[in-house]
Design a protein around this ligand. Structure first.
Ligand SMILES: [Zn+2]
Length: 278
């Protein structure tokens, strides 16, 4: 949890972002959640009436502060999506909660910001939205929520032997063997991006840029270097820039032993974004 505050401080300290470039979202309004999540589930979340099993599966002990925090994160990504729909780039310092399902929490994700943002953009008249999920864990919640929606394309590149055990089908899944390094990873990403951009031709991209692909990650099983991870972000952003479309990012996972490695990798995403968009 400490990484989010450190990331914000470091972005300002290094002058990557000016204070005026930050926005602080309020909690998301319920109607935005109801596009994706089940009302009974939302009531349960608000009331804290989880069963022990539900709470364990979420990964968090329930608290009102936890729910408030999650709702703020959801609004952050939703507002990033609106900026992306205008052709710009915006990054949520948190978010990327791709393991949340319509009616249940899983793997530290209570509500699914990527799906919420995609459905909000559909309501705003967009009809081809790509969710590019490069976190090391498959985007199971996002895949299942959007499975019946042809206007949302989901790409998930992830460790094939990693959590989640059951992986609902994304529009395009790219499972990677343990120990996949920079070269193989970036080659496969290049092909995948080409497919998304030429076959689906999105009007906007939502990018889950988790840094748990690093070799140093405690939960990942891949072997990217920090430079490889930076190149990954650059390829996604450049593909969007080349297609003249905006992109909204949500940070996703990152569990390297050394917190400065995590912050550095996330910082690189912001730096690359700034370099390509200015
Ligand atoms: Zn992850």
């Amino acid at each position: 949890m400490a990484k989010y505050e450190l990331l914000r401080q470091q972005l300002q300290y290094e002058g990557i972002m000016e204070p005026a470039q930050f926005f602080a979202p309020n909690a998301i309004e319920e109607h935005n959640l109801l596009r994706v999540h089940d009302s009974k589930y939302l009531n349960k979340l608000e009331a804290g009436s989880w069963s022990r099993q539900e709470e364990r599966r979420s990964g968090f002990p329930w608290s009102l502060a936890l729910i408030d925090r999650e709702k703020t994160i959801m609004e952050g990504t939703r507002l990033c999506g609106i900026e992306a729909a205008r052709g710009g780039i915006a990054l949520n310092i948190a978010g990327g909660t791709h393991h949340a399902f319509k009616d249940r929490a899983e793997g530290f994700c209570l509500l699914n910001d990527l799906a919420i943002t995609a459905y909000d953009l559909l309501d705003r008249g967009m009809d081809r939205i790509a969710i590019i999920d490069l976190d090391v864990h498959q985007g199971n919640g996002t895949a299942q929520i959007t499975a019946q929606e042809d206007r949302i394309f989901t790409l998930s590149m992830h460790g094939e032997h990693n959590y989640p055990l059951h992986k609902p089908q994304s529009s395009l899944d790219i499972p990677l063997p343990d120990g996949t390094g920079d070269l193989d990873y970036l080659n496969r990403l290049d092909h995948a991006l080409h497919r998304v951009m030429t076959e689906f031709q999105p009007q906007v991209v939502l990018y889950q840029c988790g840094v748990d692909v690093l070799a140093t990650d405690k939960l990942g099983r891949l072997a990217l270097t920090i430079e490889g991870c930076r190149t990954r972000d650059e390829m996604v952003f450049q593909a969007c820039k080349d297609a003249s479309i905006g992109v909204a990012c949500a940070m996703g996972g990152g569990y390297s032993q050394n917190i400065s490695t995590i912050v550095k990798a996330h910082m690189n995403t912001f730096k690359v974004a700034r370099d390509i968009w200015t």
